[in-house]
Ligand binder design. Structure first.
Ligand SMILES: [Cu+2]
Length: 276
């Protein structure tokens, strides 16, 4: 059911006039009422779990509504002028204790399975480190010659056609598809949160601490996210933009990026020494 709404969103994006942005951009859309299309196994499972819970909630709500209607009709003063003095019914009491427990157990099994699945990947093929600052991000690729750069939001007046307001950045994160990517996050100042809805990722970035998660992007495209922890004045203006490309295109990009951000490649200690 919810996937259908996501498709409506994706359809609307595809129907947008040419030149208005990448077709596979995963971002919030007008009138969107459900998730962005999943672009990672974690998000696929989150959506499955959401739908699973939804139908359990619908069943419980309908059952309670039916009980209430039944009582209102059957036991109102007119149709039941002399109420029964019964105060206990052992069978009923056992049932209304045991059945909710069984429902909670049925929910907990996939819930824990998903929690552990989201936690970390066994076989990371590369690492991306996202560091938060008030109010921008910096990204580090420790497996690619310490490639690193900062990523700032593009101000509304500087947007080019197709760039979404409050979401587009100057230097996007580029990642390969079909690769197990370990995501490490930390912060330079206060607590922020690196969140990309299409990946099912929402990781706190805490000063003095490194948090870990992972992503395996299944589709090429551009994905947007935002800082999801109230972090101060410009909290709403430090978006995240990820471009997922093929492995070959990623290898090519790292070579170009190493040239573009050559000044950042040396370890910080060397840079500090040179500046003196
Ligand atoms: Cu923030």
């Amino acid at each position: 059911m919810f996937k259908r709404f996501a498709w409506i969103g994706a359809g609307a994006a595809a129907l947008a006039p040419a030149g208005s942005g990448p077709a596979l951009a995963a971002q919030p859309l007008p009138w969107q009422i459900s998730f962005q299309p999943a672009a990672s196994p974690v998000m696929e499972q989150i959506q499955w779990f959401h739908d699973f819970l939804f139908w359990i909630i619908v069943a419980i709500a309908l059952f309670v509504l039916a009980l209430m209607c039944y009582c209102a009709v059957k036991f109102n003063e007119k149709s039941n002028p002399t109420p029964s003095p019964t105060t206990h019914n052992t069978t009923l009491e056992v049932l209304w204790t045991a059945i909710p427990i069984l429902i909670l157990v049925a929910i907990s099994v996939p819930s824990f399975r998903l929690l552990y699945f989201m936690d970390r990947t066994d076989k990371p093929e590369m690492t991306l480190k996202a560091v938060s600052h008030q109010w921008y991000w910096s990204y580090h690729y420790p497996d690619h010659g310490n490639l690193n750069f900062t990523s700032n939001m593009i101000q509304a007046e500087d947007l080019k056609p197709g760039q979404p307001r409050l979401l587009a950045v100057d230097n996007e994160v580029v990642l390969p598809v079909e690769t197990n990517i370990r995501v490490l996050t930390t912060s330079e100042d206060v607590i922020h949160n690196w969140a990309v809805p299409a990946f099912g990722l929402k990781v706190e970035t805490v000063p003095g601490r490194t948090n870990e998660s992972w992503v395996r992007i299944t589709k090429e495209g551009t994905y947007y996210g935002q800082c999801s922890e109230l972090c101060g004045l410009n909290h709403g203006f430090m978006p995240i933009q990820v471009r997922a490309v093929s492995k070959q295109a990623f290898a090519q990009w790292t070579e170009e990026a190493k040239k573009k951000f050559a000044a950042n490649l040396e370890p910080e200690s060397v840079r500090v020494a040179q500046a003196r």
